[in-house]
Write a protein that binds this ligand. Structure first.
Ligand SMILES: NC(=O)C1=CN([C@@H]2O[C@H](COP(=O)(O)OP(=O)(O)OC[C@H]3O[C@@H](n4cnc5c(N)ncnc54)[C@H](O)[C@@H]3O)[C@@H](O)[C@H]2O)C=CC1
Ligand SMILES: O=C(O)CCC(=O)C(=O)O
Length: 450
């Protein structure tokens, strides 16, 4: 249909050099073609044109002073993409690669992901091109305080509620919350992913990784299989990867890989989770330190890996969980996974597979859970944190975990049912995109041209 080509062409002119954003938009537009044909009202009311243009984009300077007394300046962003279903909701990413295009792709994905949860949350995303690697705790604090000094004017518990993403965990959320409270003199539920000591929800930390594994359970159940005994390939070694690995062990699977931007660990006897948490979660260290405890594990550094993409995907495994970053799983990696007999791919990260890789997965008929469905457990639990904050209540770990499991099952069923309705029963990309889009588009129609 011409509207896809026209939309992308127009975006290239009006928002140049944002390749990840075009990729995310194209993925959604290709899936929703059948529903656009079926309901001309969407085009007549300019739903597509409005959806691809953020409601508001904030870009700001983040000045801070490093430990040597030098002034440093980073670029800060918050893209408030779509509020048809509720307050803007989505994480903050601190990584040197952050730019307007990356934040827009993440914010765009977030709109449909959040819709899929069935909870009242709109889509947004933010961050900065700040590199937390090698920074002292005091530098991280000063950066977070400066970032929030600008951001606080734009957010609020009923307006926009940020959370974590790459490079932003409980520590950074703590420093940003402290600064927010100092500036506005209110204890608001304005950020999620907070510490349990002061308003954080149980299970938020675990939710994205656990949720991806719950999603995988649904996918396997449909083929009368279970997670138990499966060899799993996991990439990344941050929040999502760690808690996917934890849940995989609980369900009797064997995760044998993890990675960071410098290299990959392959450990045939299974990843040592306690050690991984110590290196990454507690000490913010590098993955090669794993070898100091386990000499028999294999470490492949980035430089020693000849191809693009990720060494993780060249090992043998039944289920792959990309949990690191966008486009980390290339066409070649997808080919290697399929040749090695991998039968399920469940995305913990946002848009981790290139478009060519996604096409290969769909053509080959393997079970494929796209990120915006499979990793929605994190943002869903964030909304549960908002609900607890608003009611001044706290739910137990088991209560939140039960709700998370039920949300993930519903996302799976909704995506699957929608894929069946549109005659592509095993295509969860199409199912998730249409199911998410329909909720947002119908809400936009009901709210008029705004
Ligand atoms: N934290 C959350 O609740 C959610 C995160 N996500 C997505 O999951 C992915 C991982 O995020 P988190 O675990 O939260 O971040 P994190 O900062 O805790 O961990 C990211 C991990 O990925 C690794 N990494 C980054 N770039 C890499 C590369 N080029 N190659 C290999 N490894 C690389 C880092 O070394 C780190 O171990 C991201 O795509 C994020 O957008 C999605 C939904 C929710
Ligand atoms: O918890 C949230 O608000 C956002 C999580 C997130 O950034 C994501 O789903 O990609």
């Amino acid at each position: 249909m011409a509207f896809i080509k026209d939309t992308i062409e127009k975006l290239k002119q009006t928002s140049p050099a944002q390749s990840e954003f075009y990729q995310a938009v194209e993925d959604v537009l290709e899936s929703i073609e059948p529903i656009i044909e079926e309901r001309p009202k969407y085009q007549k009311q300019g739903i597509i044109e409005r959806l691809v243009e953020p409601e508001r984009q904030i870009m700001f300077r983040v000045p801070w002073v490093d430990d040597e007394g030098n002034v440093q300046v980073n670029k800060g962003y918050r893209v408030e993409f779509n509020s048809a279903l509720g307050p803007y909701k989505g994480g903050l990413r601190f990584h040197p690669s952050v730019n307007a295009g990356i934040i827009k792709f993440l914010g765009f994905e977030q709109i449909f992901k959040n819709a899929l949860t069935g909870l009242p949350i709109g889509g947004g995303k933010g961050g900065a091109n700040f590199d937390p690697k090698g920074k002292s705790d005091a530098e991280i604090m000063r950066f977070c305080q400066s970032f929030m000094t600008e951001l606080h004017r734009h957010i609020g518990p009923n307006t926009d509620v940020p959370a974590g993403d790459i490079g932003v965990g409980t520590r950074e959320i703590g420093y940003m919350f402290g600064q927010y409270k100092r500036l506005v003199n209110r204890f608001d539920g304005v950020l999620t992913g907070k510490s349990h000591l002061w308003g954080g929800s149980y299970v938020r930390k675990q939710a994205t990784g656990y949720g991806a594994v719950y999603f995988a359970q649904c996918l396997l159940e449909d083929s009368n299989e279970t997670i138990e005994g499966k060899r799993c390939l996991v990439s990344g070694s941050g929040n999502v990867a760690i808690y996917a690995i934890e849940k995989l062990y609980e369900l009797g699977a064997k995760p044998v890989t993890c990675s960071d931007s410098s290299g990959t660990i392959y450990h045939e006897q299974g990843i040592d989770l306690d050690l991984l948490k110590r290196i990454k979660e507690e000490n913010h260290g590098r993955l090669h330190e794993y070898l100091e405890t386990h000499e028999n594990a294999q470490y492949t550094s980035r430089e020693d890996y000849p191809d693009d993409g990720h060494c993780v995907w060249r090992y043998k495994g039944d289920i792959a969980f990309p949990c690191a970053t966008q486009n980390e799983l290339t066409d070649k990696d997808a080919q290697a996974l399929l040749e090695n007999g991998c039968r399920y791919i469940v995305e913990g990260a946002n848009m981790p597979s290139t478009q060519g890789a996604v096409d290969l997965f769909i053509e080959s008929g393997v079970g494929y859970g796209p990120g915006k469905a499979a990793n929605a457990g994190g943002v869903a639990t964030s909304q549960l944190e908002m609900a607890q904050n608003a009611s001044m209540l706290r739910w137990s770990f088991d209560e939140v975990d039960c709700k998370l499991q039920s949300i993930m099952r519903n996302i799976y069923r909704d995506s699957k049912r929608t894929a069946e309705e549109f005659n592509h029963p095993s295509n969860l990309v199409l199912g998730a995109n249409i199911a998410g889009f329909r909720k947002v588009a119908d809400a936009m129609l009901e709210q008029g041209v705004v």
